[in-house]
Every structure is written in structure tokens, then in C-alpha cells.
Design a protein around this ligand. Structure first.
Ligand code: FRU
Length: 494
């Protein structure tokens, strides 16, 4: 039985959606049905479709009491919104249904595991969120919260575990039919770590151990963990809050960390070998991955950044969008990301140029648009004297543009949206250090109305950013300081 408050939400979102059908939106990136969206939740494959839930506040474009929005897709690019799946309507989640994940049970039902939040008044009069894990089981549309809820709480934390930061379960089924789950937590001093739990049936859970601990290295609390095998290695993704940059590798604030290592399943021991940032742009956080039926590991993140959420305008009915689904792999110990290959089925008209030599500003006939898949390959026009800077500008009109630039002497790729029309004093630039190759670089740039994602050198580095420039700003131009030779292959995405 759905609750009255969930029925009210469903009615509200349907009516508002109907009234605002014409609103400009991303074309193939999932955005909030109405109101606010943050983290992807419950990314799973169920009854022949991908299901993607999301942190959702339908009643405004600001964060508020968290619901779970819900959408389905056959290809992770064309989405159909479904009615909201969860509302904060139970005792144990009355102040929010926070992030979580999903599995398909052996009996064919779909199980969601999420964090139930309750505000608790503290001795000093302040209010803090107590966070516990909960379950809801359903048929892909309607979900019933379990009578056993909450299934994990304070009593299931290690000794110094903070009960106000205990969230974002990611569960999976092991080959032997039992379940494991990783959950974000921190010590009372807010030092992040990932806890491991086990269960015979995905409902009754038992604390196992601290799977990975920060020990002061990467930010404070660790949110939204994911843990999976990839190309013979084991990967732990987590999104630390309050990071401090380490060179160009991590940036201030919230970001996503990738730890690559090995895993001994017998003893549940994760041994870290390397760490790297997952996205070097402005907007990417809290990703989840799925093992697709064909064996690909695909990741989707929230294409936003908590510190730059003021970039919305009052008029829009939606705020928040997901990143492009990205196929993951490991090469030479690094996490690589590529746009999901289904995107190639959306390619329309092709425009191609080879060996274009230039040393100032140029435009190319047929190269424009806001829904674009474009790869540019750059090399020095003069090997004796490598150019100083190359840039692509897009979402461009008389007043606005956003750019991606590359400075070969510094080996820095930069995304810069300060001229995108934003009136807010927030982060508008970010830099990424790329392994230099004598002024040679490849950048695949995906534009979708309100975003840019750049995959550098076949996905060794990715930079994502949202832009809210008027969608009529379709210009693309190329700039060089010094002589550049360039190939361009550009498709309209339809
Ligand atoms: C990450 C996060 C999660 C939490 C959710 C609340 O962006 O803070 O840790 O579950 O958002 O909306």
C-alpha cells in the first residue's frame, strides 16, 4: 500500500510535469522530473530495463526532505520517468530517504536499501540527523517498506562509529547467493571509512568490518561507496566531503575518489594500491555503478557539485542532472572512462576535417550545436616550436562561451565556464594535469544542452561541468596560440 503522502507526491509531480512540458532540459542526461535531484540511487537492471532512482525533492528546486525519484531506460540514454518510489513517510525515515541501492531478489522482487533519516534534538538544543539503513521491496513501480526497518542502526556500528554519519548502502549479491553491502561512515572526529556488512537474504544484516579507512588522507566523511571488481583489480569508489587539494589530483570540497587495489574474498581484505580522482571538472559526485547484463561496468554520477548548487535560476522547474553513463576499465593501473557505446546510436550528421592547420581563431563550417559528440585530435603544427595553448569554445554566442583548453608546456587541461552567463561568484574553472605527449592530445567532447563532458586521451581523464547558457548559443570555435594541426570528427546527437 502506498501512503497518502506518496500518493500526493505522485499527483503533484504528474500535474507539474504536464504544465511544464516545454521547459528546456538535457536531452539524454536524466534530470529531475520536477524540482530537485541529487545522487543517483538504486541503479539496477530489472524486468528487462535499467532502473535509476535519485535523491529527489519534488516540491522545490532546492534540497529538502528526500524522496526517491524513479526513471527507467533500455539504453541508459532515453529515459521514461516513473512515479516517485519512496517518500519520507515512516517513523524511521520521517526526515528523509537518503541514498542507497537495489538488487533483484531470487523470487523476482526488487529490493531497495536506503538510509532512513530522523532529526534528533541534542542536549545543546541543536538538531542532528540519526541515520539508519532501511529496506523497501517492490515490483518496479510500488515499493513496500519492510516491517523489520531499520535493518541496521547504531548497534551495528564499530565502537567509535558516528551514528549521525552512517549512510548510502551499496549492496550486491555474491556468487554463493549471500549478500554484501558497503556503507559510508566516519569516526566521532569525522574521519571517513567504509564499513562492510553481510546478509543471507538482503534483509537481515550483520556487521563484518571496516573495509577501508581514511586515516586523514582524503577529506573527512566518506559518502556513497561502491565496491567492485574491474579488469582483475578491485575498485572502491567513494565521495569524500571537505577535501583539500593534492596538487591537481583532488580539488577543494566534495569530490569522488577511486582506490584501486586487490581483494581477498576469504578474509574480506581490501589492499589499496593506487588512488586517483574520478572527475577533474566542476560537477561530478556520488556515482554508482552497475554490472550490465553484457558484463560492462557502467558508472553514472550526479553531474553537480554541492558547493556550486547556486547556479540555478528561479524560473526553472528542475535542478540537477546525471552524468553520461560511462564504461569503466583499468589500464596501466588507472581508471578509464568512456561514454557508454549506446551513445553512438544517437549520432546523426557527421562533419569531418583532417589536418586543419591554424594559429589563431577559426570556425569550421558545420561544426556547431548543443547536442554534440565531437572528437578533436591535436598536434603541433611545427614540431620545433610547440604551440603554447589550444582551446575549443562552445555554447557560444556574442556574449557567452565555455571553453576547454590545453597548455602543452604545463600539461594542463582546463574547463572554464566563467563566460557561460553565470551571475554567481562560485567555482567556474578547474584544471587537470595530463601526462604530456609533445603537444599531442585527444579530447572527446559531449554536449547536451546544459552540460559538457570531456574525455581526454581515450578516457584517461574526464572533466564534467554544467552550463546554463541559453540553448540558442550553438557556436563552436577553435583557438590556438602557436601553430596547431587538428582533426575534428563531429556528430550531431539526435
Ligand atoms: C551525497 C549525499 C549522501 C546522502 C544524500 C542526501 O550527495 O550527501 O551522502 O545520502 O546526499 O541527499
Amino acid at each position: 500500500m502506498t501512503s497518502q503522502s506518496l500518493r500526493d507526491v505522485r499527483k503533484y509531480e504528474e500535474e507539474l510535469e504536464r504544465k511544464t512540458m516545454d521547459e528546456a532540459r538535457p536531452k539524454f542526461h536524466l534530470s529531475a522530473r520536477v524540482g530537485w535531484m541529487n545522487d543517483p540511487n538504486g541503479l539496477s537492471y530489472y524486468k528487462g530495463e535499467y532502473h535509476l532512482f535519485y535523491q529527489y525533492h519534488p516540491f522545490s528546486t532546492r534540497w529538502g526532505p528526500m524522496h526517491w525519484g524513479h526513471a527507467v531506460s533500455k539504453d541508459l540514454l532515453h529515459w521514461r520517468q516513473l512515479p516517485a518510489a519512496l517518500a519520507p513517510d515512516a517513523d524511521y525515515d520521517r526526515d528523509g530517504c537518503f541514498s542507497g541501492n537495489a538488487v533483484v531478489l531470487p523470487d523476482g522482487r526488487h529490493l531497495l536499501m536506503y538510509t532512513g533519516v530522523c532529526l534528533e534534538t541534542q542536549p545543546d538544543g541543536g538538531r542532528r540527523e540519526v541515520q539508519r539503513q532501511c529496506i523497501a521491496i517492490g515490483d518496479g513501480i510500488d515499493y513496500e517498506k519492510c516491517p523489520q526497518n531499520p535493518v541496521l542502526g547504531e548497534a551495528d556500528l564499530p565502537e567509535d562509529g558516528c551514528r549521525f554519519d552512517f549512510r548510502d548502502p551499496k549492496l550486491w549479491k555474491k556468487k554463493d547467493g549471500t549478500y554484501r553491502c558497503v556503507i559510508g561512515n566516519c569516526t566521532e572526529e569525522r574521519d571517513g571509512r567504509i564499513l562492510l556488512y553481510s546478509s543471507p537474504d538482503a534483509i537481515h544484516w550483520k556487521y563484518e568490518k571496516i573495509l577501508a579507512a581514511n586515516n586523514g588522507r582524503f577529506g573527512l566523511m566518506w559518502e556513497c561507496p561502491d565496491f567492485f571488481e574491474l579488469d582483475g583489480k578491485q575498485v572502491l569508489l567513494t565521495s569524500p566531503q571537505d577535501m583539500i587539494p593534492q596538487g591537481f589530483e583532488y580539488h577543494n570540497g566534495n569530490g569522488t575518489l577511486c582506490l584501486i587495489g586487490s581483494y581477498d574474498e576469504e578474509t574480506d581484505t581490501f589492499t589499496e594500491e593506487r588512488d586517483q580522482a574520478v572527475d577533474y571538472g566542476i560537477d561530478f559526485y556520488a556515482p554508482q555503478t552497475i554490472l550490465a547484463p553484457d558484463g560492462r561496468r557502467i558508472m553514472i554520477g550526479w553531474m553537480q557539485n554541492w558547493d556550486t548548487c547556486n547556479l540555478h535560476t528561479r524560473e526553472r522547474v528542475w535542478f540537477g542532472q546525471m552524468s553520461l553513463p560511462r564504461e569503466l576499465s583499468i589500464k596501466n593501473g588507472r581508471l578509464y572512462q568512456k561514454p557508454i557505446r549506446e551513445l553512438e546510436d544517437m549520432r546523426g550528421e557527421k562533419t569531418e576535417y583532417e589536418n586543419v592547420r591554424f594559429k589563431d581563431l577559426i570556425e569550421l563550417e558545420g561544426v556547431k550545436g548543443r547536442r554534440v559528440d565531437m572528437e578533436v585530435s591535436i598536434r603541433p603544427g611545427d614540431e620545433q616550436q610547440i604551440y603554447r595553448k589550444f582551446a575549443v569554445r562552445f555554447a557560444q554566442n556574442e556574449e557567452c562561451h565555455t571553453s576547454i583548453s590545453f597548455r602543452p608546456y604545463e600539461s594542463i587541461v582546463k574547463v572554464d565556464r566563467k563566460h557561460s552567463g553565470s551571475r554567481r561568484a562560485i567555482i567556474h574553472q578547474r584544471r587537470c594535469f595530463v601526462q604530456g605527449r609533445d603537444g599531442r592530445i585527444k579530447m572527446r567532447i559531449i554536449l547536451d544542452n546544459f552540460s559538457v563532458e570531456v574525455f581526454v586521451n581515450d578516457g584517461a581523464y574526464v572533466l564534467s561541468a554544467t552550463i546554463y547558457t541559453d540553448t540558442a548559443a550553438e557556436g563552436i570555435s577553435f583557438f590556438a596560440d602557436g601553430e596547431v594541426e587538428m582533426d575534428v570528427v563531429k556528430y550531431d546527437l539526435i
